[in-house]
Design a binder for this molecule. Structure first.
Ligand SMILES: *Cc1c(COP(=O)(O)O)cnc(C)c1O
Length: 465
């Protein structure tokens, strides 16, 4: 095209793009041709030259590729937060992924009892397994599954305490990720919050004295996201359970995270489990599927069969229930817990949390020269100790020793270079998410496992810095 010619017609451009049309379909490519021609026309109006044909076709190709790319894209989570809510929390085990694919692909016995040929209950797919894992198969323990733990708390409160009062310590009126505040959830559940104690100290007698004719239940909320330290007093679960039961009331525990395995056995900081809560006398425990459990997004409500039955009858249950792919992933994840010996290899969440430092170091040594070469002389890359965190509110003050590649721009005022570095890694085909701290861009290598290294290094050639 020479500047004296007019822009080509849409049809004529399309004729030159058979491969692009084959890939993306005629409609999408036509839209991109129109958009690029319009942009060129706009440019000409503002004095830019007519684009040459090759440049125009390349721009159309880029636009089509970008438009066809999924919005939900895989990324490398090198933030150092293993369960990162904004990055999708738990990575699922291969067994769970396979189960989801099967459930998605063909009809499945979601609510169909294959033994009798009658109607089944979707919660039965995991209720028995959960009872086995958290209560030694106690037939009086059942479970129901909803969309997430926020839903689990909302449903439990509405089903067991609508129009009445729930007693909670002031030290536990937590907000999680801005969107879940215990007092707000109570209000939506139409339950009156009866606050007791103070932010730092709550005593047995505070619970006992709070009980009156309107009390429906006592509740304990695991203090996710923060820790109250110093002059503190919390009442242990057994004591609250005894006070509740003496008054004929149920005791509900929102564990938030909740792992079914003893973290201490893996050298990790101890985290309260549903087993412990139930053993201490909790009548209902709720926890997330995609935090420490390492499964799909879900809210698990486990506890006394009669209370679970009441919760399942609540109309909100129908609105908050989960689909077949979630249940497939949850069932497969729970089955992994039956084999504790292999759990830390098969469950990615636990595998990442327990990854040996030496292993992280090997990754670091291999990557350091490659990243240094990709970034050039204006950035100095080094391998340095750092600490990962578990994330999603679990064990808020605990840190896991890890290693990070630190990319330090040599510029005197590195602010701009750091932002450019961050953007360059984010702009890779599989975006890499790190974080800036102390004048360095950090890539915590805990979550970059050996199996993903090739995919990571191959794309360094595309790094535009
Ligand atoms: C995370 C958390 C929730 C919310 O769980 P979601 O599964 O994210 O809905 C509720 N309560 C506590 C204590 C939590 O830690």
């Amino acid at each position: 095209m020479n500047p004296n010619q007019r822009l080509p017609a849409v049809d004529r451009v399309l004729q030159q793009l058979p491969a692009l049309i084959e890939t993306h379909g005629r409609q999408l490519v036509t839209g991109c041709v129109r958009a690029e021609l319009a942009a060129a026309r706009e440019g000409i109006k503002h004095g830019l030259p007519l684009p040459d044909e090759a440049a125009l076709l390349a721009a159309i190709g880029r636009r089509a590729d970008a438009s066809a790319r999924a919005n939900l894209r895989p990324v490398f989570n090198l933030t150092g937060t293993v369960l990162h809510t904004n990055l999708g929390r738990a990575q699922l085990a291969e067994e769970a992924i396979a189960a989801m694919v099967d459930a998605a692909r063909s009809p499945c016995a979601l609510e169909y009892d294959l033994a009798s040929g009658g109607r089944g209950d979707r919660d039965d797919l995991v209720s028995g397994l959960l009872s086995e894992l958290v209560a030694g198969g106690d037939p009086n323990i059942a479970a129901t599954i909803v969309n997430n733990n926020a839903a689990a708390v909302l449903l439990t409160l509405n089903a067991l305490a609508q129009g009445k009062e729930a007693v909670v310590s002031r030290g536990e009126l937590v907000e999680i990720g801005g969107a879940f505040r215990v007092p707000d959830v109570m209000r939506r559940a139409q339950v009156k919050l009866f606050e007791i104690g103070t932010t730092n100290r709550t005593h047995d007698k505070d619970y006992a004295e709070a009980i009156g004719p309107k009390t429906a239940l006592l509740m304990k909320v695991h203090t996710s996201n923060y820790a109250v330290v110093g002059f503190t007093k919390v009442v242990d679960e057994k004591a609250i359970a005894d006070i509740a039961h003496a008054a004929g009331l149920p005791f509900v525990v929102d564990l938030g995270s909740g792992t079914l395995t003893d973290f201490a056995a893996y050298g990790l900081p101890a985290e309260p489990t549903p087993q412990q809560a139930l053993a201490a006398g909790a009548d209902i425990v709720t926890f997330s599927g995609d935090k420490l459990l390492g499964g799909p997004q879900a809210g698990l409500i486990v506890g006394r069969k009669d209370l679970i039955a009441k919760i399942k009858k609540n109309p909100l249950k129908r609105a908050l229930r989960v689909g077949k792919t979630t249940l497939a992933a949850l069932e497969a994840t729970l089955r992994l817990y039956r084999d504790p010996d292999r759990l830390s290899q098969r469950l990615p969440t636990l595998r990442l949390l327990t990854r040996p430092l030496a292993d992280i170091e090997t990754t670091g040594q291999r990557l350091l020269p490659l990243i240094q070469a990709a970034l050039g002389a204006t950035v100095v890359v080094s391998l340095a100790p750092c600490s990962s965190q578990i994330g999603s509110g679990a064990l808020p003050v605990e840190r896991l020793p890890s290693l990070a590649l630190l990319c330090r721009p040599t510029a005197k005022k590195p602010g701009k270079a750091l932002l450019a570095l961050e953007a360059a890694f984010r702009g890779l085909p599989v975006p890499v998410i790190g974080h800036i701290r102390d004048d360095a861009y950090h890539l915590d290598l805990r979550c970059l496992e050996a199996g993903d290294e090739a995919r990571f290094t191959e794309q360094l050639a595309h790094l535009k810095f």
